[in-house]
Design a protein around this ligand. Structure first.
Ligand code: ZN
Length: 205
């Protein structure tokens, strides 16, 4: 691609660094912005810069938050005794979109994957164990991707919690998820939350 403006070229380059955005799409987006009011483009760039610099992580569940606690943890109508354990923030968004879950979450920040150099210490597992001690948690629902890394993580956390008085379940898995939780449609994901199983049953199948 040949550009007659270095400013245009660098804007296209920035956009094309985003996942799924090739050079052609980047050019289309940049030309679109060029046609907008200047104030609108300023607002666009300021919103993104603020999102990046001001966003925080909930001190209870490690979800994204604007303050100390996320909106889910600070909502008194949510059942605090019920914790759904997920891999990342996208999973929280996916499950919230089903409108079928009224508990709280715990975002692990990944799953145990020795091949990728991710061990239990890099994940928010200790914080989860602490929460269970402090919050009289009744049920822990694992909603991890149905693969070996997800299973290893469930196994590890379950071992860490042995002897504690908490029911451990997993969302119904092995159904057509397309591999990743975030790709499941809302109906399927909602149903698999309703049809959760005790984790022993799942692990010993
Ligand atoms: Zn939270």
């Amino acid at each position: 691609m040949q550009f007659s403006s270095a400013l245009l070229e660098s804007a296209v380059n920035e956009f094309s660094r985003l996942p799924g955005i090739g050079k052609k799409t980047a050019l289309r987006l940049v030309l679109h912005l060029l046609k907008q009011e200047e104030s609108q483009v300023t607002q666009f760039s300021e919103t993104i810069a603020r999102m990046r610099s001001e966003i925080r992580f909930c001190k209870r569940c490690c979800n994204v938050a604007d303050g100390e606690l996320c909106t889910i943890c600070s909502n008194s109508y949510r059942q605090k005794q019920l914790i759904c354990v997920v891999e990342n923030i996208r999973d929280v968004i996916a499950i919230e979109s089903t409108q079928q879950f009224n508990g709280t979450y715990h975002v692990l920040g990944g799953v145990i994957s020795p091949l990728d150099g991710v061990g239990p210490d890099q994940l928010n597992i200790d914080a989860l164990v602490e929460r269970i001690d402090q919050e009289q948690t009744e049920e822990l629902i694992f909603a991890l991707s149905p693969n070996i890394q997800g299973d290893t993580t469930i196994y590890y956390v379950q071992k860490k919690l042995s002897g504690k008085n908490v029911r451990i379940t997993t969302i119904a898995r092995g159904i057509a998820f397309g591999g990743e939780l975030e790709y499941a449609d809302e109906l399927t994901l909602g149903r698999s939350l309703q049809n959760r199983l005790p984790v022993e049953k799942y692990m010993n199948r």
